[in-house]
Structure formats: C-alpha cells, structure tokens
Design a protein around this ligand. Structure first.
Ligand code: FES
Length: 77
C-alpha cells in the first residue's frame, strides 16, 4: 500500500508508486502474475511525519525511496 495523502504526495508518493509499478510490472490495483504482490493506494494513514509512507507485507516502511523500494520487492521467479 502506498499512501497518497497530501503529505505523502508532496514527499514523492507518486514517484514511489510509479517505481513500484515499473519494478513489479503491474499497475495500481493490480496483482503480479505469480500473485506474490498486489499494489494499492490509500488515503492518509495518520503518519504524515513519516512520509512517504508505505506498508509492505504488513510492515510499515517510512521515508521510503525508490532505491529502498527496489530492495523490498524481490520478484519470485
Ligand atoms: S499523508 Fe501519508 S500518512 Fe498522512
């Protein structure tokens, strides 16, 4: 999940979403072919000081960068 609330938007949430889409080769609200990942946006989760804010496999990831994101998402082959 990628927060697209105002603080996260200003902190680059759109670029994070685009990076994840490109990396996983899916679009928002999509699921990877192997069903390993789904991708969705959410509104403000109340952690604006941690923007941009994401949740990956149930874990909160704050101040995430595109570089961090690539490490988080390992494609299953
Ligand atoms: S705007 Fe993303 S946590 Fe508030």
């Amino acid at each position: 999940m990628v927060c697209k609330g105002t603080a996260c938007h200003v902190s680059g949430a759109d670029k994070i979403m685009e990076g994840i889409e490109r990396h996983l080769q899916i679009k928002e609200d999509g699921v990877t072919f192997d069903m390993g990942y789904s991708l969705e946006s959410v509104g403000c989760l109340g952690c604006c000081a941690l923007a941009p804010f994401t949740i990956v496999n149930g874990e909160i990831k704050s101040n995430i960068s595109i570089k961090d994101m690539k490490r988080l998402f390992k494609r299953k082959n």
